[in-house]
Design a protein around this ligand. Sequence first.
Ligand SMILES: [Zn+2]
Length: 305
Amino acid sequence: MHYVVLDLEWNIPRLRHKVSAELYKEIPQEIIEIGAVRLKPSLEATGRFSADVKPRYYTELNRHVEMVTQRENASLQNGNSFPRAVRQFMDWCSCDQEEDYLFCTWSNSDSQPWLQNLKHYDIRPKKQPLFLDVQRLHGLASGELSTQRSIAYALEFLELPLNEPFHRAVNDAYYTAQIFKRDVERLQAQSALPKEEKALFQQLRKYAYDPELCYRRRLDLGEVDDPAKIDNIIRQYPWFCPACGQETRPIHPWKKRQGGLRQQNKALCPDHGEILLRCQAFREQAAKPDSPWQIKADLHLQRPL
Ligand SMILES: [Zn+2]
């Protein structure tokens, strides 16, 4: 039982049109740095990991990435290939052992690049851990769950020292670990998390999400000549859970906005919880009075935290 606070830096294509659609679909972000801090069940840090990854595809820094990370193009020449760097990382965090652990990341934006890069190189960890979103935990501890704060904001808010530059993966992981520990202590002080280590791990595990589950599906429900027909379509549609496909029914009467052009409801999957259903009728060419109305829907399974 332990925690691995993980942070990834990645590059995206400098010029999208020079990359094949197939490659871009498979690996839209190429990991160029892996940083991590390992924590004991008491949340004391027991080690740091840092590896530069030499990119194989996007070998020139995208301008936006360059600006945000303050990196230079030459830095992409450092490091090992992704498969080698991942092997070192997995050895370091004992990922292949049976022991249960959680990945902790700031926001949920690292989990998809992680899975996509692993899949691209056909690397299968023995067990894919759940991901705990420390940004959401910070929101929970601060009573502002719907606000997304940056690491820099959270550090300042918690009066934690800022002694390393941001956007180095290992530094961001170190900062995330500091925030994580402090927010767990704040939640324990509010009696919102247990103090005992095993119970704490179990509760945080319940807050973590499975990155391999599909949380969102966008559906095309067809075209109609009259937008009022949206009512019939969404009442008859066989709604389902985006993660497991189980059929489910909307719970409430549909909540209507914009005279019924937008409608919202909720459904429940017995295995995965609450699903937000949003539907919309719109015209691509609103200026043309006889152009058809399109009905689209968005199924959004709520994450545990
Ligand atoms: Zn389900």
